[in-house]
Design a protein. Sequence first.
Length: 279
Amino acid sequence: MKLGVAMFFTDYSMTPQKLAIAAEQRGFDSVWSPEHSHIPLSRKSAFPSGGDLPKKYFDAMDPFVALMAAAAVTTTIKVGTGVCLVAQRDPIQTAKSVASIDQLSNGRFLFGIGNGWNRDEMENHGTKFETRHKLARERVEAMKEIWSKSKPEYHGEMVNFDPMMTWPKPVQKPHPPIWVGGAFPYGARRAIRYGDGWMPHRARPNYPNVREFLPEFHKLAAEANRDLPVTIWGAKDGDMLKADRDAGVVRVIISLDSAKADAILPELDRWAKVAATVA
């Protein structure tokens, strides 16, 4: 089982370059960057994890810029969005960003996506909260056309464009793996419909550990003639990782604080030792 690390990169955190180098040296398989373009002060939406929204959500760097910086100074570690809010992004431009970073990283990009929870944020982008899931699906479908065809076109209810030419195309064929975030059961169903893997948070208010739903998830996937891997976001200790491994989880992502190297490097060392007992 693989172990990745994630951080809200900010102007007061460890830089993406330094984290990626340190993680690669310690054998981590991937580094992930979340996305929030901004946080409106109106705060209509409750934070899914409960309590006040942490400061790092207000301060997050653009994930594609951060991950490109990480990829530029490494050779093997994968870089991933965790998650890209596709319901808030233009699909043509996002497809180009994905293809560009996959080219420049030599095929090391992982496209983690989510449909968002912050009504205020997405409404500022012109996205209706109630139809965000359908919009995101059509945008993903449209991007797949762009990545895989020389003259793509797409005609949906919410995304529509005639034949075009846009390059580059991704190194990974037909496109970088699409890891769909979201809780069980709805996020799992979206992953089965248009993703290449499911990437839920471990805990949500209605359940303590998403691992308990993996048998049902794989059953749903099999009914759709699909076999999808699972990455889980978050872990507490080695025993939890071992149980994930035994349940068939392919990767666990450890969330790190938005802090400098003096605080982060000991955490990386600790988790690297834990990972060595699980692999």
